[in-house]
Design a protein around this ligand. Structure first.
Ligand code: PLP
Length: 386
């Protein structure tokens, strides 16, 4: 056993309690939670994992690094989640299925389970967008063998990058434990210091009005290798970096603990902003989110379909509004070599359409109603409903 700091133990305990799980683990990024959980499942090499074809490339690359193969299923255009009615067309010899509660919209778990349960296919939950979303009162993240969460800057709560694995299935605990004890690397001193500075800079500088400019600068610095980014250049080529499987740093753990202390405020605020956009968008001629109880979901971002996505994104930065582009392609971001991850153009037409049409609006704690107002005024001026 490696020594574990008191803060790490406390953060893990908070997560485990929150999700009423068996055990939680902390990593440098969310994708590592998926990687560790999949490794622990000990699936046969080459086994298929069903994934919504509307996700981050790092989900598909984690699957690949474990030696498994992604099988993409298209989304329901209303929920942006895996379309359960398409499951009957995928191979029933799949070894696992990943549900992703996109934008915080809970996946239709009863329909998914109606397909997986008789086939004995284990469910994994990608909760990188969903903390606090529920299905009939049951928290997303409590349905699968394990759930993974991201602490990246723009996720439900940020640990300044970082990731979390919440294990529900007691049978997986021992294997994850072994993996973490034998293979998990610690971040170097310099990288830890850099990250500490980045977290401080982020908290000080990033506001809805500055977010897009700073994001551009950050991406550039990442490309130049000058900051700790959310991906490294080799990863964009689907090659596993040497320092891939790395633990969460103390500065990230401290931030995570602060975020867990205000998680209820965070969720309440997101619900309030969801209701705010929901009400106003329909009056503006944009289609509001068309899922039952939409106005009460603590959305991570409020998705809106527009006919001129690129125009809107181009103007957003200069108008100092925080418009998001998730997802830019079925395996976000733009530029992912999707064929290397088994995705070929046309596989998921609804996902591809969503990538062309969907922009998203901020609901986080720094985006209050006045930010929401400004964002909607911008949309009224520059965006055309799809
Ligand atoms: C951000 C994200 C991830 C990966 O999180 P990282 O912390 O960047 O590894 C996985 N799935 C979804 C849906 C995400 O949005």
């Amino acid at each position: 056993m490696k020594p574990m700091t008191i803060a790490a133990e406390e953060f893990r305990r908070c997560l485990t309690e929150y999700f009423r799980a068996k055990r939680s683990y902390l990593f440098a990024r969310g994708r590592l939670g998926l990687y560790a959980g999949l490794r622990a499942m000990e699936l046969p090499p080459g086994a298929k994992v069903i994934v919504p074809g509307y996700t981050c490339m790092v989900v598909a690359s984690a699957i690949k690094y474990v030696g498994l193969v992604s099988e993409y299923v298209d989304i329901d255009p209303k929920t942006y989640n895996i379309n359960p009615s398409l499951l009957s067309s995928v191979s029933s010899d799949s070894a696992a299925l990943i549900v992703q509660h996109t934008y915080g919209i809970p996946c239709d778990m009863p329909s998914v389970q109606a397909w997986t349960t008789p086939r004995d296919i284990p469910i994994i939950e990608d909760c990188c967008h969903a903390v606090g979303s529920t299905i009939d009162g049951r928290l997303c993240g409590t349905f699968g063998r394990f759930a993974f969460l991201s602490g990246q800057w723009n996720k439900p709560f940020s640990t300044g990058l970082g990731g979390m694995l919440v294990v529900n299935d007691p049978a997986l605990v021992e294997a994850v434990e072994r993996l973490v004890n034998t293979e998990l690397k610690q971040r170097g001193r310099f990288s830890d210091l850099l990250l500490r500075c980045q977290i401080a800079a982020h908290d000080l500088l990033v506001r809805p009005a500055t977010a897009l400019w700073l994001m551009r600068a950050y991406r550039l610095l990442n490309r130049l290798g000058l900051v700790v980014g959310s991906w490294s250049p080799v990863e964009m080529l689907c090659v596993m970096p040497d320092d891939y499987f790395t633990a969460m740093s103390p500065c990230q753990i401290q931030r995570g603990l602060r975020e867990m202390a205000r998680i209820d405020d965070n969720i309440r605020h997101r619900k309030m902003m969801t209701a705010f956009y929901h009400d106003r968008l329909s009056k503006m001629g944009f289609a509001p989110l068309d899922v039952p109880g939409a106005e009460a979901i603590p959305l991570l971002r409020y998705p809106v379909r527009v006919a001129n996505k690129q125009d809107v994104l181009t103007h957003a930065a200069s108008h100092r509004v925080e418009i998001g582009s998730w997802f830019e392609c079925p395996l976000h971001p733009d530029g992912t070599p999707m064929e290397m991850l088994g995705y070929s153009q046309g596989m998921c037409p609804e996902s591809e359409r969503a990538c062309r049409e969907v922009i998203n609006l901020p609901t986080h704690l720094k985006a209050d109603e006045s930010v929401g107002d400004k964002t909607l005024k911008f949309l009224a001026k520059f965006a055309k409903p799809a």
